[in-house]
Design a protein around this ligand. Structure first.
Ligand code: SAM
Length: 162
């Protein structure tokens, strides 16, 4: 498989997981957390999926397409390792959905941040809330969920907070 094929499949899996989250969190109150703004494409998709929910975006260097920039009250600038642990104080309540897309080509760095996220995220999520992640997260508080049909295992990751 070429890198282009792999990239396209990753984005298809990402979109399918975000789309699937809508049914998974229906009836569950709470904001959405977007970890990693990047160009703002998934932020924009989440806005379309969830027009009535607050979406808080965490990003160390905001540089999105101008049409996909969160307003200042919903943009939390800084390194996640500094901004995420105390984030509950800034949110209206625990999150119903977290989308994390912060992986890089550095496998060792990805593994380290995945271990840190798995330990840090659960207190920020309400019971029954969902995490969609580009990295595998191993935590006794995060129950792996089946991926939407037609997605290969481990192309993206879905969890429900116990
Ligand atoms: N989902 C985005 C989109 O659709 O446009 C792409 C996200 S991009 C792959 C990853 C983003 O995460 C980058 O903008 C990077 O600056 C941010 N990021 C990575 N690690 C971070 C960290 N530790 N703290 C804050 N932001 C981080």
């Amino acid at each position: 498989m070429s890198r282009l094929d792999s990239f396209i499949r990753r984005l298809e899996a990402q979109r399918a997981c975000l789309d699937a989250s809508r049914a998974l969190i229906a009836g569950l109150d709470g904001p959405i957390l977007e970890l990693g703004l990047g160009n703002g494409r998934t932020f924009d998709h989440l806005r379309c999926l969830y027009p009535d929910r607050e979406i808080f975006v965490f990003e160390r260097r905001p540089d999105a397409h101008p049409a996909s920039m969160p307003d200042p009250d919903h943009l939390i600038v800084g390194d996640l390792e500094e901004t995420l642990p105390g984030a509950l104080a800034r949110l209206p309540g625990p999150a119903a959905l977290v989308h994390s897309d912060i992986g890089t080509g550095d496998a060792a760095r990805n593994a380290r941040i995945a271990r840190w996220l798995a330990a840090t995220l659960p207190p920020l999520i309400r019971t029954g809330g969902v995490v969609a992640s580009d990295q595998k997260l191993e935590s006794p508080d995060l129950l792996p969920q089946p991926l939407p049909d037609a997605l290969s295992a481990e192309r993206y990751f879905l969890y429900r907070r116990r």
